[in-house]
Design a protein around this ligand. Structure first.
Ligand SMILES: Nc1nc2c(ncn2[C@@H]2O[C@H](COP(=O)(O)OP(=O)(O)OP(=O)(O)O)[C@@H](O)[C@H]2O)c(=O)[nH]1
Ligand SMILES: [Mg+2]
Length: 437
């Protein structure tokens, strides 16, 4: 349990009876052993506790950590005692918010704390770690300083109008700005990988009823998770699970089969399936190739689908009566033929899946990656201001106007790192944290 604030040590000493009961002091960073007790001295749990003084704690404020037994009931009991004695329950992310407000960390690092906790794979963790170590903040600061330097030159020409931006001076300024624009653009573009590392690559398995979607879902999960029957319309709601492919977190979703008609429940499931398909990074469209009419069905289905990326999977090739005409499947889309029953083609399918996913996070190795939608928005806005300023500079427009655009770009970067913030921004960021962080 973590207590932060001026009275945290006082409150702890009131409740903990230390091993050598005559000495109830809590010197900084000394872990002490004792019993946590109720106000009427009834012992509640055996604990250890440590005091961390202002400026040298996680929050930056006076802080005490109490190590009790981890059961939910124990923690609740001790917490209630502390609340009764005057403590207040922390809001989600409030400790990290204090760390930001005390100036110990910037906003990007604070956000990285949640990102570390939520990371689903080693690669996601690595991206988060770059943010927590400060390498990312330093990079943003470097870009900001570059912008401020360009801005200073431009403002100098406002103060001394007789020294207008000289034609060649203007050129180096424009070059400097161009370099910064490239760097901000590169950082912004890394979000396409960053989003996937943080929120996962979303694969939706879709197809007509009975095509073998749930069978394939179970195969990928290596677990009998979804119900499989020979009856069309088995899956009605959708099922969502997480797997890891090549270090990328993948959200795998099995959906209800799409077809005309069906019961009211089935229709509701199909509406959900369509929405999920729209939002997917990849649609795996499963086709039952043992059906006579699969070709015509596929043709009309493909006209209907609006997915970002489709991988066609022809299933049940074990049940074909005629030998396959290879290459006949679909010349227009990525496709692979498999049998979930015999296992044929599954290796090839896995390799295709892996390469599609790897391609989506291609710049994962390039170092700093933007993983937050908020940061991406700030960078996008900064970039459009910078580009505008660049165009104006080339046309030798008024330095006041150019300066204004650059100042706004700096503001965007400052809001990213938290140099500038308001309660609304903080609320939005920290409300997503869990309690106690
Ligand atoms: N012969 C053969 N049968 C398969 C294969 N894959 C799945 N099946 C069978 O096809 C039937 C339907 O499989 P499901 O996985 O439930 O199909 P689905 O697409 O999830 O069906 P709905 O949820 O009803 O839309 C089951 O009887 C499976 O055993 C395969 O590769 N070959
Ligand atoms: Mg199913």
């Amino acid at each position: 349990m973590r207590l932060a604030g001026r009275d945290s040590r006082k409150l702890s000493r009131k409740h903990i009876r230390f091993e050598k009961s005559e000495d109830d002091s809590m010197p900084p960073f000394l872990m002490k052993h004792g019993w946590f007790q109720r106000a009427d001295s009834l012992p509640l749990d055996e604990v250890m506790a440590v005091f961390m003084p202002r400026g040298r704690s996680y929050t930056g404020f006076d802080q005490v950590e109490i190590y009790c037994h981890g059961g939910a009931e124990v923690v609740k009991l001790l917490l209630e005692e502390l609340l009764r004695s005057g403590a207040r329950a922390a809001e989600p992310g409030e400790f990290t918010r204090l760390a930001f407000l005390s100036g110990r960390i910037d906003l990007a690092k604070a956000e990285a704390v949640a990102e570390m906790i939520e990371a689903r794979t080693a690669n996601s963790l690595e991206a988060a770690r770059e943010h927590l170590t400060g390498a990312y903040s330093e990079h943003i600061d470097m870009l900001r300083n570059g912008l401020v330097a360009v801005l200073a030159e431009i403002e100098a020409s406002i103060d001394f109008p007789e020294e207008e931006i000289a034609p060649d001076g203007g050129k180096t300024l424009a070059d400097d700005l161009e370099k910064l624009i490239e760097q901000v653009a590169e950082l912004k573009d890394s979000y396409s990988s960053g989003r996937i590392l943080r929120d996962g690559f979303r694969i939706v398995i879709g197809g007509r009823p009975n095509a073998g979607k749930s069978t394939l879902f179970n195969l990928l999960l290596k677990q009998e998770r979804a119900l499989v029957t020979e009856q069309p319309g088995t899956t009605r709601d959708y099922l969502s699970e997480w797997i890891e492919i090549e270090g990328v977190p993948v959200n795998l979703i099995d959906t209800a089969g799409l077809r005309l008609g069906g019961s009211r429940i089935e229709k509701a499931g199909q509406n959900i399936a369509r929405k999920l398909i729209d939002k997917s990074d990849l649609l795996i469209w499963v086709v039952d190739m043992s059906r006579k009419r699969w070709r015509a069905e596929l043709k009309s289905d493909l006209q209907d689908l609006k997915a970002n990326h489709i991988l066609l999977v022809g299933n049940k090739i074990d049940a074909l009566t005629k030998p396959l005409e290879l290459g006949c499947f679909s010349p227009s889309a990525e496709s692979v033929m498999i049998s979930c029953r015999s296992g044929e083609g599954l290796d090839r399918f896995s390799r295709m899946l892996a390469s599609i996913i790897m391609a989506s996070v291609s710049d994962m190795t390039s170092g700093l990656i933007v993983t937050s939608a908020r940061h991406k928005q700030k960078l996008t806005r900064a970039l459009s201001r910078m580009k505008k300023a660049g165009r104006m500079l080339k046309r030798s427009e008024s330095p006041e106007l150019i300066g204004f655009e650059l100042k706004q770009a700096v503001v965007e970067l400052d809001e990213l790192t938290g140099r500038i913030y308001n309660d609304e921004i903080l609320e939005r960021i920290f409300s997503k944290f869990c309690i106690g962080k």
